[in-house]
Design a protein around this ligand. Structure first.
Ligand code: NAD
Length: 485
């Protein structure tokens, strides 16, 4: 095991292989993902099958006893060296992330920096036993023990952060970990696996790429103890169903339809500058982008006009455009889904405040769509009810607190929600009434490795990150000691 300083450089332009037992592992068949900025095919990656899954799981199972026997500090040491090694390779990873996810430079760089910091900070977390009772007769303690083989199933929108955000807590808690990236964005994960192979003992961290048939092979596998899944609510339900047959532990981080409520006492010019990126970042393809914006009727017109100006200033462009803020939609399937929503504009006679026509960026190839704001559509319209996961959103008018709370909560989703006001007490009071895994006052999607993150209702089961997330990678054990017979 080398230190990050003498860490061998990775080739980020070829040789994408599975990482099994710390070795590169090929498959007879391969597949390619598409660069969403150009629609060109990217590099070949493995197409893993049952035999690859069986091998990786048996290696992970064999590595578990020795890994869990290490102290937290020892395991944290590995994570720290891993973070250093990732940092030493950050430019290659960034190029790759821009290509596979269609991310402009700023977004790709931001994801990598946050992800590296996340690994470092996660390594500082510790779970202590809870001493519940300690008398002359007996002692009762609650302990948190690693589960065994964990699998992280990851979506395409934040392939690095969401993968490392599961890997860190999983291995810190003493589990071994297999990373299954999305078929749409497998490249950074495979290279992060190659880096991990230089740091961790064999079998502790492995990465397998494949098509959409790969995830179910893991959820069905009898030797996988826990699935930590991030993706859509529809797939989350299938994962939960599949895990039932072997009673696997699971965490589900699912879709969102985050509401943001703006009071009439805000400084409009300031707030639109903050809300703009929080609504359109990564072209709306973040689970907790603001997706429904409720603006008090007294400031509605002024707010909408200012918000439109901010959104119009966002440059749309591919990974190669250093000034671009918004990239393409990540894949053709999602592109067609979002375009279908744009096609409702004319049919439903929605008022368009900006954007609207789904024309390609400068007539070039790529899954580009113009950032679009729909002005006060009916509450039951698709643009309000559904998670668009693209650069289109509604702005809605409100006047009464009870009414806006009811409308914000009137959804199966419950990931995040925010309230904006100069009166913090009033805003907090309203935020406490919102049904969501995270609520914010005068902010949206603030995150920390120390704070748990997850959803209520159909937005998730359990939470990732922080001590709560770390405990999610553990079985709870009640430990009783009788001191006298
Ligand atoms: P998806 O559900 O289509 O796929 C997610 C992952 O699951 C992929 O790796 C996919 O290959 C795998 N998968 C597909 N079918 C499977 C099955 N039957 N069993 C096991 N695995 C299977 O999601 P997506 O389109 O990649 O991502 C977009 C969705 O993810 C959005 O709804 C978004 O809100 C959500 N998301 C949620 C969070 C969160 O933290 N709550 C974060 C990011 C994205």
């Amino acid at each position: 095991m080398g230190s990050a300083a003498d860490f061998p450089k990775i080739d980020f332009t070829s040789n994408f292989q599975n990482i099994i037992n710390n070795a590169l592992s090929s498959t007879p068949e391969t597949r390619q993902a598409v660069d969403p900025s150009t629609e060109e095919l990217l590099y070949h990656v493995p197409l893993s099958k049952q035999a690859d899954v069986d091998k990786a799981v048996s290696v992970a199972k064999a590595a578990f006893p020795a890994w869990k026997a290490l102290s937290y500090d020892d395991r944290a040491g590995y994570l720290g060296r891993y973070a250093d090694a990732i940092e030493a390779n950050v430019s290659g990873l960034q190029e790759l992330l821009m290509k596979e996810a269609g991310k402009p430079v700023s977004n790709a760089a931001g994801e990598l920096q946050f992800a590296i910091a996340h690994v470092r900070e996660t390594a500082k977390l510790r779970i202590e036993d809870d001493l519940i009772e300690d008398t002359e007769e007996r002692r009762a303690t609650v302990r948190y023990l690693p589960m065994g083989v964990g699998v992280g199933i990851i979506p395409w929108n934040y392939p690095v952060l969401l993968g490392l955000g599961k890997l860190g807590p999983a291995v810190l808690a003493g589990n071994t970990f297999i990373w299954k990236p999305s078929p749409f964005s497998p490249y950074t994960a495979l290279k992060l696996g190659e880096i991990a192979a230089q740091i961790f003992p064999p079998g502790v961290v492995q990465v397998l790429s494949g098509d959409e048939s790969l995830g179910p092979l893991f959820t069905a596998h009898p030797d996988v103890a826990k699935i930590s899944f991030t993706g859509s609510s529809a797939t989350g339900k299938k994962v939960m169903q599949a895990c039932a047959s072997t009673l696997k532990r699971l965490t589900l981080e699912l879709g969102g339809n985050d509401a943001s409520i703006i009071y009439d006492d805000v400084d409009v010019a300031q707030v639109v500058q903050k809300i703009g990126p929080m609504a359109f970042m990564h072209s709306g393809q973040i689970c907790m982008d603001i997706k429904r914006l409720y603006v008090h009727e007294k400031i509605y017109d002024e707010f909408l006009a200012a918000f439109v100006q901010v959104v119009k200033s966002f440059k749309v462009g591919g990974g190669g455009d250093p000034e671009a803020f918004l990239g393409p939609v990540q894949n053709r399937m999602q592109f067609e889904k979002v375009k279908d929503l744009y096609s409702e504009i004319g049919k439903q006679k929605w008022q368009v405040a900006t954007g609207g026509e789904p024309v390609a960026c400068d007539g070039k190839k790529g899954f580009f769509l113009p950032p679009t704001i729909i002005d006060n559509p009916p509450d039951d319209s698709r643009i309000v009810v559904e998670e668009p996961f693209g650069p289109i959103m509604p702005v809605l008018k409100w006047s009464d607190e009870d009414e806006v709370v009811r409308r914000a909560n009137n959804t199966n989703m419950g990931l995040g929600a925010s309230v904006w006001s100069n009166d913090i007490e009033k805003a907090e009071r309203l935020a406490r009434r919102l049904e969501a895994g995270s609520t914010w006052v005068n902010s949206h999607f603030e995150l920390s490795p120390y704070v748990p993150f997850g959803g209520h209702k159909w937005s998730g089961v359990g939470m990732d990150w922080g001590i709560v997330g770390l405990k999610g990678w553990c079985n709870t054990q009640a430990s009783w000691v009788r001191k006298k017979f």
